[in-house]
Structure formats: structure tokens, C-alpha cells
Design a protein around this ligand. Structure first.
Ligand code: MD3
Ligand code: FE
Length: 214
């Protein structure tokens, strides 16, 4: 039986860690449709700066689409069916977004991925994300798929302990990373965004993370 990974040219997939693959340029053709889907979602659920449980405003602005959305406030981190700003359900996950997540998961060896949440991160120059684990989901068997759009960023990923020295990778427009298996709970973050101008997104980076939350 052919390996699912054989569907991509070998140069376009880099192993990052056990179970984690960087699919270079995987979303290039779909990028305009993904950006249209993001516009549609954020017109209903605008980007906002969430508060950490400690009361600090995050530098990354966030929104969500799909059946559930990730939120943070004084009470902690969790997934919610409704946008706390509007009180109504998060906008549906656009078909193009769900499709690219499923295709990337399949290409990395995780067929049948069914994301129920898509966190939309907006980075303007200076925005960063401190090292953290994604552990607010109940099902760590499913991978997380991340799609980078617009300006490049330095992505940091360490190991299963916070103290593990992180590796640095530059992620550019249309790169997709799939984190599963032994890498599902690695510590990761993003260095402060450098200013720039991208033809499709202007002065910003957008990142989509697709999760199966339960
Ligand atoms: C490794 N976002 O939203 S995507 C996040 O670029 C988040 O906005 C970053 O970390 C961003 O939680 C990084 C890459 C990523 C996403 C999820 C992961 C790496 C991951 C989950 C487990 C391990
Ligand atoms: Fe994360």
C-alpha cells in the first residue's frame, strides 16, 4: 500500500519531531480562499485581544470559527460554543478551511481528521506567543494542524518539558504544520513578528490552528 506521505514531493515535507511534519507551501493554491474564509468569519466575530488568567492582554488578536472556539479570560482557558462578545455561536468553519486541514492531516499520516474548532490568530508587528502547550482539548489522539498566511514568523518548538531548549524555524506564507503523536504536547511559541508587507495580507501574519477539542 502506498504511504500517504508519498502524495507530496519529498522536498516539501520536513520532519520536525516525532509525529510532526512541516508541509512547505502546502496551502499556496488555497490561500486566497482561506483568506476569504477568514474575512467572512471575522466579519461576524471580530478579532479581539483576550486576557490571560493573570489579567494581561495577549499581543496576538484572536477569533474562532467552527462548533467551538478557544477563549481565555480571568477564569482560565477553555472552549466555548458561543462568542462571549456577541453571545451567539461562533461562525461556521468555511468549507475551504476544513478541507485544507483534512488534506494536510492526511498528507502527514493522520487520515480522518475531524476538526471542530479553528482558532484564528492575527499577528501585527511585535505580537508574539510565549512558549505553551495546547492542552485544553480532551482528545490528544487527534493532531493539530496549523496554517501560516502572510508575513513570515520565527516559530519556536521545544520538547515535552518547558525547560527543553526550543528549536527555531521560519514559517512563511502557505506553510502548514501537522502536530500529532509524540509531538502533540510539545511546548511551542512564536517570536515577536517583524514588520513587513505581504502581497495578500498586508502588514500582518495570520495563523489558523485546527483542533479536535473532544
Ligand atoms: C505544536 N499558534 O494558537 S502554530 C496556538 O503561529 C499556537 O499562531 C502559533 O501555538 C501561531 O496555540 C503556532 C503551530 C502549532 C500549533 C499547535 C501546536 C504548534 C503546535 C500544538 C502542539 C504542538
Ligand atoms: Fe499553541
Amino acid at each position: 500500500m502506498p504511504d500517504l506521505l508519498d502524495d507530496l514531493p519529498v522536498d516539501d515535507r520536513e520532519p520536525l519531531a516525532e509525529g510532526a511534519w512541516l508541509l512547505r507551501g502546502f496551502a499556496r493554491e488555497q490561500a486566497p480562499a482561506l483568506l476569504a474564509g477568514i474575512d467572512e468569519a471575522v466579519s461576524a466575530a471580530p478579532f479581539r485581544h483576550l486576557l490571560t488568567p493573570g489579567g494581561r492582554s495577549m499581543s496576538v488578536a484572536m477569533s474562532n470559527c467552527g462548533a467551538r472556539g478557544w477563549v481565555s479570560d480571568r477564569r482560565g482557558y477553555r472552549y466555548e460554543a458561543c462568542d462571549p462578545v456577541s453571545g451567539v455561536p461562533w461562525p461556521p468553519m468555511p468549507t475551504a478551511l476544513r478541507a485544507v486541514a483534512r488534506e494536510a492531516a492526511q498528507a502527514a499520516g493522520y487520515p480522518g481528521f475531524e476538526p471542530d474548532a479553528c482558532l484564528i490568530n492575527q499577528y501585527l508587528p511585535g505580537a508574539r506567543m510565549a512558549l505553551h502547550q495546547d492542552r485544553d482539548e480532551t482528545d490528544f489522539a487527534a493532531p493539530i494542524v496549523s496554517v501560516s498566511l502572510g508575513l513570515p514568523a520565527i516559530f519556536l518548538f521545544g520538547g515535552l518539558a518547558r525547560a527543553d531548549k526550543p528549536q527555531r524555524r521560519r514559517l512563511v506564507h502557505a506553510d502548514v504544520v501537522v502536530w500529532g503523536g509524540a509531538s502533540r504536547l510539545v511546548f511551542h511559541g512564536v517570536a515577536p513578528l517583524a514588520r513587513g508587507e505581504h502581497p495578500l495580507t498586508g502588514p500582518q501574519r495570520l495563523n489558523l490552528t485546527f483542533r479536535k477539542t473532544r
